[in-house]
Write a protein that binds this ligand. Structure first.
Ligand SMILES: O=C(O)[C@H]1O[C@H](OP(=O)(O)OP(=O)(O)OC[C@H]2O[C@@H](n3ccc(=O)[nH]c3=O)[C@H](O)[C@@H]2O)[C@H](O)[C@@H](O)[C@H]1O
Length: 431
């Protein structure tokens, strides 16, 4: 199925996006050419082609505009519907974008486990080793979760999903993550975090009923803010990286969709999420790999050789925050492109409330791995990093009882156990 899907809908960045109307225009253009040619043969050919197309369409047509595409046949629709089936009273059906990702796969599993319906979408890009994403996909598959391969910039695919399932909620976690990579590939951030977000919002706005949306913003929006701990009311207009800027833009963009179309929106500012099945580009992950392989690690240091610190947050706590947000998100109020009343617009910090320095993080890893790291201290390059993060979580706490329960020592122990079981001690499968 996946390969057919690829042929029909190339959805990687830079590839052509097909608009709904293009097919129609193409058709009309073809006909005007035929009629202007004025030869009998051409006319017969045109009629023949028309008959062929019409019979093809009527054979496959199931009342939906795009159901004649092979990826969206009956079997595919049934699979998607099954995956979205709600299995508890007052449950929800959730479209999880970025479901092959770190947070996405964990949230999808947690929702399914408690009886909610879940369908995932992911473009499986190669920002980091896609085989890890495939392994997460296999894990979801075993639990009955279907993951559709597609990009959130593909409006047709998203609309089709909403045609098949009346999703009550969207958990939007598809994004270009990573703070420092933004200097290497700025456009991938615009593609996913801005263009993709708008495409998704347009589809949600048009859906009837509209879903409620919970999505991932980032602690990085606090940028150069130095008032601690970071509260949602603090200024976020001094981003230090393009990544942060696109997440901040997302907060503003979602606000307009809430304001104009009545979409219920909750933005979650995640604070350096870590844990089993994590992202290989993140420091705790790559440090683990390098320590095990006897390779040096680079530890950044701030101004005046000050240690950098992060409010590292364990994945299970983040998952609880995501589910709590979904449960309290209320309904979207719009239909037919107009809002019928006010809908919730919320932003929450999801952190751990106890920052740890990067050298301490390395110390904990050394302990769990029973190996010494070869540390190279380097002055923090001006590539978007902020010196520290620290979340005030009182808002999420009072709204849905968010209370992080895993400290870095415990969380890293679980990560290391997973890492060794997945990659083995010598990391022979690591690229
Ligand atoms: O909260 C977020 O919203 C973000 O969290 C995460 O960003 P960061 O907090 O920067 O995490 P991460 O890269 O693990 O670096 C951790 C620390 O190690 C330091 N660091 C990093 C690499 C290195 O080689 N050496 C080093 O000292 C580095 O200077 C930093 O102090 C997500 O990746 C990001 O997608 C976003 O979601």
């Amino acid at each position: 199925m996946a390969s057919l899907e690829d042929e029909e809908f190339p959805s990687t960045p830079g590839k052509v996006k097909i608009e709904r109307s293009h097919h129609h225009h193409g058709f009309v253009r073809q006909f005007s050419l035929v009629f202007s040619s004025n030869t009998g043969t051409m006319l017969i050919w045109a009629l023949f082609l028309f008959a062929l197309t019409a019979s093809f369409l009527s054979f496959h047509q199931t009342g939906r505009t795009y159901s004649y595409f092979s990826w969206a046949d009956r079997r595919w629709e049934n699979e998607v519907r099954m995956s979205a089936q709600i299995q508890r009273p007052r449950g929800m059906s959730v479209l999880v974008t970025g479901a092959a990702g770190f947070v996405g796969s964990h949230v999808a599993l947690a929702l399914k486990k408690r009886g909610d319906g879940v369908v995932g979408i992911d473009n499986f890009n190669d920002y980091y080793d896609p085989s890890l994403k495939r392994a997460r996909q296999a894990m979801l598959k075993r639990r009955g979760i279907t993951l559709v391969e597609g990009d959130i910039n593909d409006a047709k695919k998203l609309s089709k999903l909403f045609d098949v399932v009346a999703f009550t909620h969207v958990m939007h976690l598809a994004a270009q993550a990573g703070v420092r990579y933004a200097m290497e590939n700025p456009h991938s951030y615009v593609h996913s975090n801005i263009a993709g977000l708008v495409t998704l919002l347009e589809v949600c706005k048009a859906a009837d009923p509209q879903p409620s949306i919970v999505w991932a913003s980032s602690s990085s929006v606090y940028g150069l803010n130095d008032k601690v701990p970071f509260s949602e009311l603090d200024r976020t207009d001094q981003p230090a990286s393009l990544y942060a800027a696109t997440k901040k833009a997302g907060e503003e963009i979602t606000h307009t969709y809430n304001h104009i179309y009545g979409l219920s929106i909750t933005g979650l500012r995640f604070f350096t999420v870590y844990g089993p099945w994590g992202r290989p580009d993140m420091a705790y992950f790559s440090f683990t790999r390098n320590i095990l392989q006897g390779k040096p690690i680079t530890v950044y240091r701030g101004k005046d050789r000050l240690d950098l610190a992060r409010d590292f947050t364990y994945i299970d706590d983040i998952v609880k925050g995501c589910l709590g947000s979904l449960d309290t998100s209320g309904k979207s109020t719009g239909s037919g492109g107009r809002k019928r009343g006010p809908a919730l617009y919320r932003i929450f910090n999801l952190g751990n409330t106890s920052p740890v320095t990067v050298p301490s993080l390395v110390g904990i890893l050394e302990k769990h791995l029973k190996m010494k790291a070869k540390k190279r201290f380097v002055d923090m390059p001006g590539n978007g990093d902020v010196p520290f993060t620290h979340a005030n979580i009182s808002s999420a706490q009072s709204e849905f009882g968010y209370r992080p329960a895993t400290d870095l020592e415990t969380g890293l122990k679980k990560f290391v156990r997973w890492y060794l079981s997945y990659y083995g001690y010598h990391g022979k499968y690591v690229k």
